[in-house]
Design a protein around this ligand. Structure first.
Ligand SMILES: C[S@@+](CC[C@H](N)C(=O)[O-])C[C@H]1O[C@@H](n2cnc3c(N)ncnc32)[C@H](O)[C@@H]1O
Length: 257
């Protein structure tokens, strides 16, 4: 069967059909677009039909393809982790601008960073890579710790760190919020913890409830974070976290205000 025939039969949006095909054929989408008469093997047609059926049943495309772009990089995702949301990129922006300010304030270029609820590792890994690319030797030492209560999520996060070249820069720890880091304190705390009210999180049949459900009013985890962060934040430090609706909140250490 040819690419065009399958596209004409598909009930999915054109781009989704093309993305599935490009995945199966291991070619760029431009190849799919440019070769409408390309004939798929029986195995390729079967693979297409399986993925197509899953998508029609509502399974997110990101889980079907096993990837999602975040801050210009491809992260592996599966049902053990939240699918990264574009609004979370602002957390990275806030961290980078904080570091920019601190460097020019004659900071020694040493930063300890913790990412609470790392999931697929997008924040910890992106921050590690962006710091290397943008600041290079201006930073004498950066230590990043990524925490998640889910061991399965950490497996995905570790895989992403290695795949994207941040394997040596991020330490992964399983545990419940700050209990995972003992007595350590940090210059930057980032967090994207579950913040949906339980009833709303249940509407999502595909992503892990442990990544979505923030308790009856959605605030259980972020309330705990705001209650506990001060003793883990160094002078001059900053807490950057995501709240309901993707709102990014920034709280500076009290002594820095
Ligand atoms: C909303 S997801 C965010 C994942 C990722 N940081 C992102 O932005 O895409 C929340 C993550 O927090 C983790 N989590 C939930 N409760 C936690 C807790 N008490 N301590 C640490 N991590 C927790 C979940 O397993 C999940 O991976």
């Amino acid at each position: 069967m040819g690419i065009n025939e399958l596209i004409l039969q598909s009930k999915l949006p054109l781009l989704e059909t093309q993305l599935i095909m490009s995945f199966i054929l291991k070619r760029e989408v431009v190849f799919v677009v440019a070769h409408p008469d390309y004939s798929l093997s029986q195995g390729e047609v079967t693979s297409f039909e399986q993925m197509y059926t899953q998508r029609l049943a509502g399974r997110p495309l990101e889980y079907i393809l096993g990837r999602k772009e975040f801050y210009g990089r491809d992260f592996a995702v599966n049902e053990d982790v939240l699918i990264p949301r574009p609004e979370s990129e602002e957390i990275v922006d806030r961290v980078l601008s904080h570091i920019q300010d601190r460097i020019t304030e004659n900071n020694r270029g040493e930063f300890k960073i913790v990412d609470l609820g790392t999931g697929s590792g997008i924040l910890a890994v992106t921050i590690a890579l962006e710091l290397k690319e943008r600041f290079g030797s201006a930073l004498s030492s950066v230590a990043i710790t990524a925490v998640d209560v889910s061991g399965r999520a950490l497996t995905v996060a570790r895989r992403n760190a290695h795949k994207l070249g941040a394997g040596d820069n991020v330490r992964f720890v399983q545990g419940d919020l700050f209990s995972a880091v003992g007595d350590e304190s940090f210059d930057i705390i980032v967090a994207n913890l579950p913040y949906l009210p339980t009833t709303e999180s249940r509407d999502n049949r595909f992503e892990p409830q442990s990544a979505l459900d923030g308790g009856v009013d959605g605030n259980d985890l972020n309330n705990r974070l705001q209650h506990e962060y001060e003793r883990y934040l160094n002078p001059g430090g900053v807490l950057v976290f995501e709240g309901y609706g993707g709102e990014i909140k920034v709280t500076r250490a009290v002594d820095a205000q």
